[in-house]
Design a protein. Structure first.
Length: 152
């Protein structure tokens, strides 16, 4: 027998929006989950056809409920249970934040991780085609004659 309603926290965990059920429950308690523009408590039930919005700063994702489940799904089955209807403008915002994280690195974060370094290198390669030169040589900035004259 198919269920007609499922708790929102269970459904979000089952369709892999959140890694654990407790994280899903906490997001509901903190007001980051809404159904039809109404903030949802963890026990609120979701039905087929509902639009669920999940705020994961800086983006608010929107999902349409296609089917219900309480059991965690394999990643390949998720499209049968939900459709991502997040507006393109929200997804573009995610790309902007991802790129700007390299340019305006906050003080105290330390050196970039290997992954961040690879992403920065990829970003530099993509933008090199636009005419930006990220490879600086000391020879471009200092003239040997200038350095010799300053020693006098």
């Amino acid at each position: 027998m198919a269920k007609s309603e499922v708790r929102i926290d269970k459904w979000l965990w089952a369709v892999r929006v959140f890694k654990t059920r407790s994280i899903s429950t906490d997001a509901c308690k903190k007001g980051r989950v809404s159904i039809g523009d109404v903030i949802a408590k963890p026990s609120r039930t979701v039905k087929v056809g509902d639009i669920v919005k999940v705020r994961k700063p800086p983006v608010t994702y929107s999902f349409k409920v296609l089917a219900l489940t309480e059991n965690r799904l394999g990643a390949k089955l998720v499209p049968e249970y939900m459709e991502n209807v997040t507006p393109k403008s929200e997804l573009d915002l995610l790309d902007v934040v991802r790129i700007s994280g390299f340019i305006n690195r906050r003080k105290g974060l330390g050196r970039p991780t290997k992954r961040e370094g690879r992403e920065l290198a990829r970003f530099a390669e993509e933008n090199a085609e636009c005419g930006w030169d990220f490879d600086f040589d000391d020879d471009d900035f200092f003239d040997e004659d200038f350095l010799d004259e300053s020693d006098d």
